[in-house]
Ligand binder design. Structure first.
Ligand SMILES: [Zn+2]
Ligand SMILES: [Zn+2]
Length: 105
């Protein structure tokens, strides 16, 4: 009878203690991960062009003044980073130089 009681007590203790231990450890490791600095790695780099304006310019073709159109494009660089420690992504956009579609002065 006494042995039976101790077995029951032990199993009760285990069911109470084990979940709380694993719960405590998971919180501890979550806090450790939160404190760990990000391990950002570039996952994607993308270049796009966006038309910002169109302007007219004059040229002389066989001594005749003509008007042509030139597209001004803004080059945009987008970088995406991924942190495998926290499963997070971040991105940044950089405005690069402007490009004129036509050669003119
Ligand atoms: Zn991170
Ligand atoms: Zn231009």
């Amino acid at each position: 009878m006494k042995r039976w009681l101790s077995v029951v007590l032990c199993s009760i203790l285990f069911t109470i203690l084990i979940p709380s231990i694993s719960y405590g450890e998971s919180i501890k490791s979550d806090m450790l991960i939160a404190k760990t600095p990000h391990n950002w790695e570039v996952s994607n780099v993308d270049y796009t062009k966006k038309n910002v304006r169109t302007h007219d310019y004059k040229i002389f073709d066989n001594f005749i003044r003509k008007t042509r159109q030139c597209d001004v494009d803004q080059k945009i660089k987008t970088v995406v980073w991924y942190c495998d420690l926290h499963g997070e992504t971040k991105s940044a956009t950089y405005l690069l130089e402007r490009e004129h579609s036509e050669q003119h002065k």
